[in-house]
Ligand binder design. Structure first.
Ligand SMILES: Nc1nc2c(ncn2[C@@H]2O[C@H](COP(=O)(O)OP(=O)(O)OP(=O)(O)O)[C@@H](O)[C@H]2O)c(=O)[nH]1
Ligand SMILES: [Mg+2]
Length: 443
């Protein structure tokens, strides 16, 4: 394999900037451009040790650190060298040019990780975990990426494919034998199929929680005008984000703000108060409020507890997906209560019960679907592959006694191939290209 190189740190100014090389010539190139202070040559470098020295390359000089990771014990499985330079954009650009002039070429997006996959250092789903860790915008998302990257999902899938492969092998072998033997093998396959169907279904049932963990929860704050929706957004996020006045119809456009609660990203969307309006701009805002409520994961329906209750709740929430949870929130608990509405009493002014509200939001969306220690499916690609595997397994089981063994085998091989797409065992080039194109340069 040729030697690839890239700047592994973000472009811009920083304390440190890292140039990474992978391939046969990595150490040789490093030895040409980097003189360690305490060694005659970088060719004598002990792997996994950092050396301080002079880097001279691409027309620039730097006092830098270099480290050599010897194949196969490196990220890519090949010889890897990292040059830890000072983090200047021009400096790094010139060093990279110099490195490429010495026999490396610039790496494509995700090419380091792609090589790691091709060299068997990680499964395809592990590689996707690496992207998720980098892109994760909450602690829960990062941790789900970590679980994926460290083989959680691939182990769960391997636990399904190995018994399936056994069944396939036995059934294939039995095809050539007398009928009783074929029958016996077929019968012993049945309980395995049932167990695979159950386990695959269980994994699929974690998709909703997985999506919440990865993407966060979108929370629409809706209600009549002046009930304190914008005040609630501001109180929750601790910022004067939305304009608050005692004039009904203050908010016209939706305003979004994200906070993290117990590691999960909560994306609150304040909306225009719902009422009959002749005003063109306000009417567009109200239409938008309804659309946001429909597309969000959960709705906070806010009423003003200091006003007699005449809220047309059902009418205002019309069109909502019946599966979308709604939390009734009675705001202004610091004032005398005149409302008979039921719900969680809060005050955007004093902050009363706001933490309880955030807990309630997470519980309403996730329920107890996060099984501690169990794997979470966070990727749509994995979900689709599992669904296809499940459909084929069910088809194999349900037609088991009615069709020849060859037909059952066809279903089982389809299921096996669907599982294999997740780990990369059976993924085709196109899937692999798509996955690595989502990586950043230098990863
Ligand atoms: N006492 C008290 N007043 C509040 C509370 N929350 C909001 N208010 C007041 O209620 C009025 C309306 O607040 P907003 O946050 O603008 O209400 P809104 O629901 O966003 O109103 P629209 O944007 O018009 O739909 C303001 O005068 C707020 O100061 C609260 O918890 N207690
Ligand atoms: Mg408002």
């Amino acid at each position: 394999m040729d030697t690839i190189a890239a700047i592994a740190t973000p472009l811009g100014t920083g304390a440190v900037g890292i140039i990474r090389m992978s391939g046969e010539k990595a150490r040789e190139i490093a030895a040409k451009i980097f003189e360690p202070f305490k060694l005659k040559s970088f060719s004598d470098a002990v792997p996994y040790m950092m050396y301080l020295g002079k880097l001279e390359c691409g027309g620039v000089r730097d006092k830098a650190l270099a480290v050599y990771f010897a194949a196969p014990n490196s990220y890519t499985g090949e010889d890897v060298v990292e040059l830890h330079c000072h983090g200047g954009a021009a400096l790094l650009k010139h060093v990279l040019e110099g490195v490429c002039g010495s026999g490396a070429r610039i790496a494509d997006r995700g090419e380091f990780t792609r090589r790691a996959f091709l060299n068997g250092k990680m499964d395809l789903s592990d590689a996707e975990g690496v992207i998720d860790m980098i892109n994760g915008d909450s602690a829960a998302a990062v941790n789900a990426g970590y679980r994926l990257a460290t083989g959680g999902v691939s182990a769960a899938v391997h636990a399904l494919t190995s018994p399936l492969l056994d069944v396939i092998a036995h059934m294939e072998a039995a095809l050539d034998y007398p009928e009783e033997m074929e029958e016996e093998t077929r019968l012993s396959a049945k309980p395995v199929l049932n167990s695979l169907i159950e386990k695959t279904g269980k994994l699929l049932s974690t998709c909703r929680a997985g999506s919440v963990v990865k993407n966060g929860i979108t929370v629409a704050i809706v209600g009549e005008t002046n009930v304190g929706k914008s005040s609630l957004l501001n109180a929750l996020t601790g910022r004067e984000r939305a304009i608050v006045t005692d004039i009904a119809g203050t908010t016209r456009d939706s305003i979004e703000e994200t906070l993290e609660w117990n590691g999960i990203a909560l994306r609150f969307v304040d909306t225009a108060g719902l009422r009959e309006s002749e005003d063109v701009v306000e009417s567009i805002g109200i239409k938008r409020s309804k659309d946001i409520a429909v597309s969000s994961d959960i709705v906070l329906f806010v009423v003003d507890g200091s006003r007699p209750n005449n809220v047309k709740r059902a009418e205002l929430l019309k069109g909502l997906n019946p599966d979308t949870p709604v939390i009734d929130v009675i705001n202004k608990s610091d004032l005398q209560s005149l409302s008979s509405a039921e719900g969680l009493r809060i005050s955007a002014k004093t902050g009363e019960n706001l933490d309880e509200l955030k807990d309630k939001i997470v519980a309403a969306v996730l329920g107890n679907s996060i099984d501690a220690g169990g794997e979470l499916i966070t990727s749509l690609r994995h979900k689709e592959a599992l669904e296809r595997a499940l459909a084929s397994l069910i088809s194999a089981r349900d037609r088991f006694d009615a069709v020849p063994a060859e037909c059952t085998l066809l279903d089982l091989r389809t299921a096996y191939s669907a599982y294999g797409e997740i780990t990369g065992d059976t993924a085709d080039e196109k899937i692999i290209d798509t996955i690595f194109s989502k990586f950043c340069l230098g990863k």
